[in-house]
Write a protein that binds this ligand. Sequence first.
Ligand SMILES: Nc1ncnc2c1ncn2[C@@H]1O[C@H](COP(=O)(O)OP(=O)(O)O)[C@@H](O)[C@H]1O
Ligand SMILES: [Mg+2]
Length: 266
Amino acid sequence: MDYEDKIEEKLRRREYKLEKEQRYLRKRSELDEVLEEVFDRVTLMTIYELMNDGVIEDLYGVISTGKESRIYYARNKQGEELAVKIYLVTSAEFKRNRLGYVVDDPRFKRIPGDFRKFINLWAQRELKNLEEAYNAGVKVPKPYFVRRNVLGMQFLGVDGSRYPLLHEVEEDMDFNELYGKTLSVVADLYQKAGMVHGDLSQFNVMVTDGPEVYLIDLAQAVGIKHPMAEALLIHGLETLTRFFAKKGVDVEDLDTLMMFVKGGAE
Ligand SMILES: Nc1ncnc2c1ncn2[C@@H]1O[C@H](COP(=O)(O)OP(=O)(O)O)[C@@H](O)[C@H]1O
Ligand SMILES: [Mg+2]
């Protein structure tokens, strides 16, 4: 039996059980209908499993609709606010972009279950990266759970509305302060967690009312020993430098930034 069959069988058993318990027959909400338009069967069942287990108590509206994932605002049983990131299994964009370099790999062509596994791996990787960073005291959303392609983390925002991304911050904010704080978090990620954010930009930094700066979207983060780490760090710092320079910040040169991020060790 391949992966897909196993999941199917598991789902059939689960559905049967749910039906018996009359729970699956509850009146479907509008949200359920919307979910069903967007997600494949296995993903839907994963969401329902998480809801039945109380890992997700309520799933509210969508926060973000990306090409590769959708993020929902949710709450767990304890009433804590969550951001639930659901990686899309059915997105053609995902296959083109993120799969790009493996799409010709026969392993991924022959067995569709492998594509699902591949997506699950991204979700798992993001959770693991969040855990490592969070446990090291780096400002990232607190990780809660991952099941297949569904990841739960701390919601960054107030009363259901998320904080702005760095890229969305009002023009009257102190960008010098944000520059310093952003670099500090990048340095923390490097020095405390031994990691480099694989996709660092003004679109993956969130700014709280403090303002405090949080890094999000860590699926592509790598350890500092990874062969791509240096290149990813340079690319990220260059991207941030361009952003802050446009905002009128007197930015440092790349060498200085690299020294700062690495803690002057190299
Ligand atoms: N923990 C979170 N709390 C609140 N909003 C979030 C959180 N994580 C992500 N978001 C929102 O969802 C968007 C997409 O999330 P991200 O992890 O960057 O995925 P991707 O860029 O792959 O679509 C972010 O730009 C942000 O607006
Ligand atoms: Mg992002």
